[in-house]
Write a protein that binds this ligand. Structure first.
Ligand code: NAI
Ligand code: MG
Length: 395
């Protein structure tokens, strides 16, 4: 039997992940789940939100299913650290970013597909009183380890870094700024990573029949980094003569998001731009309750909903959060390990529950989240899982 590392993390991660496991079991997928410690609790008690033993588990078993973690700003993080660990040089860093970097999970896949009948789907005005619901089906391939989120940054840069910057002609505009008043974040792109994300994107487009690939960057301004992303995408595109490569700029792309989202298939972007576009497209298909993702490397892969730990809903009993983003992330895991039949079964059952519209979580009813949502007709998290399971069993 396959072993999967279960990483519930914090807050609602601990609620939605067990529901996904319950659903997969009902759909016929059984595995041996081993628990991995990750998140705020381990920061507070050990000064490390991603303990080495969790990294070892993933290195051994290769597949992780992750819920969500809580992270807090620097000062709050320092305050919550156990007294005996304070002032010992512990610095908080995000464990999910840590996982991506440690295992080089450089391919992030974020599908944003509208389910028929989802009341949260984007609609567009046609005539004066008429509207249409574009069939959005975009899959964002976000470079997951480099770019602006690589973390190479300084406030008050060290002397040798400062001097290196002074060699750039454009730096003359900053030359008379005191060093302590300078904050610098770098955007690093390597040719290999640019190539890899483009290759995976085209391969996916071909495999799943997407009609186009779009590279979304800003090469007219970010000449070096976006320039390299676009160039490498063009090279890969040559190997796929049947799939056109479109080139868009991130700013214009966000404007077109509501104009013609149905025209996009697979989209490639650098880390930060991919973060932005994937949230944009997710907003058209239901938002955080529906946004799933995969972080894929050569050896290890981790699957997670894109939402966070939503701490304000952690203690609500019964829980009201929407588990569908977690379910769809679990389906991406099943696809990855070759269990596509189970994945399709679950996705079809989710689609059917959404289409019938009888069971809807508070977000789908556009209610304010809170215990009163249930008396207003919202399904609980467990009821949503039950409805999907019922669809599988009776469907
Ligand atoms: P969040 O995604 O946790 O929640 C934002 C809001 O979205 C919630 O208050 C809720 O109204 C809604 N929401 C989220 N998930 C939902 C679901 N499954 N069903 C229905 N509604 C849902 O983001 P927020 O509040 O900015 O951050 C909370 C904590 O999560 C922070 O500590 C943050 O650092 C962390 N975070 C972790 C992420 C991760 O684990 N990958 C990603 C984003 C935030
Ligand atoms: Mg994001």
């Amino acid at each position: 039997m396959r072993t999967i590392v279960s990483l519930p993390g914090d807050g609602i991660g601990k609620i939605v992940l067990p529901e996904a496991i319950r659903l997969m079991e009902a759909a016929g997928f059984t595995a041996n789940y081993v628990h991995g410690d990750i998140g705020w609790e381990y920061w507070k008690t050990e000064g490390n939100a991603l303990p080495q033993r969790t990294i070892d588990l993933l290195a051994e078993h290769k597949i992780g299913l992750f819920g969500a973690i809580t992270s807090k700003p620097k000062d709050a993080a320092a305050e919550e650290l156990a007294p005996e660990l304070r002032e010992k040089g512990y610095v908080y860093s995000s464990p999910i970013v840590g996982l991506r970097q440690h295992f080089n999970l450089d391919i992030s896949i974020r599908p944003c597909k509208a389910f028929e009948g989802n009341p949260l789907n984007f609609i567009r005005r046609k005539g004066s009183n008429d509207f249409e619901e574009p069939p959005v089906d975009a899959v964002i391939f976000r470079q997951n380890t480099e770019g602006l989120y690589a973390g190479v940054e300084w406030t008050n840069p060290p002397q040798n870094v400062y001097e290196a910057f002074t060699t750039h002609p454009k730096f003359k505009n900053f030359m008379n700024v005191p060093k302590e008043d300078l904050a610098i974040s770098t955007r690093i792109v390597t040719r290999k990573a640019a190539q890899r994300i483009a290759e995976r994107a085209f391969d996916y487009a071909k495999r799943y029949g997407y009609k186009s690939v779009t590279i979304c960057e800003k090469p007219n301004v970010l000449r070096e980094t976006s320039g390299m992303m676009v160039l490498e995408a063009r090279k890969v595109a040559e190997k796929y003569p049947d799939i056109p490569l479109y080139e868009t700029n991130i700013d214009a792309q966000m404007m077109w998001l509501t104009k013609n989202p149905e025209d996009y298939g697979v989209i490639i972007a650098e880390n930060m731009f991919g973060d932005i576009i994937s949230d944009g497209f997710a907003g058209l298909v239901g938002g955080l309750g529906f946004a799933c993702s995969a972080n894929i490397g050569d050896e290890v892969a981790v699957f997670e909903p894109t939402h966070g730990s939503a701490p304000k809903y952690e203690k609500l009993n019964p829980s009201i959060v929407n588990p569908i983003a977690m379910f769809l992330s679990a389906c991406m895991m099943l696809d990855h390990i070759g269990e596509t039949e189970v994945a399709d079964k679950i996705r079809n059952a989710v689609a059917s529950v959404i289409k019938k519209g009888e069971v809807r979580t508070y977000d789908m009813l556009k209610l304010r989240g809170g215990p009163e949502a249930i008396s207003k007709g919202a399904a609980t998290t467990q009821q949503m899982t039950d409805a999907v399971i019922k669809e599988i069993v009776e469907g």
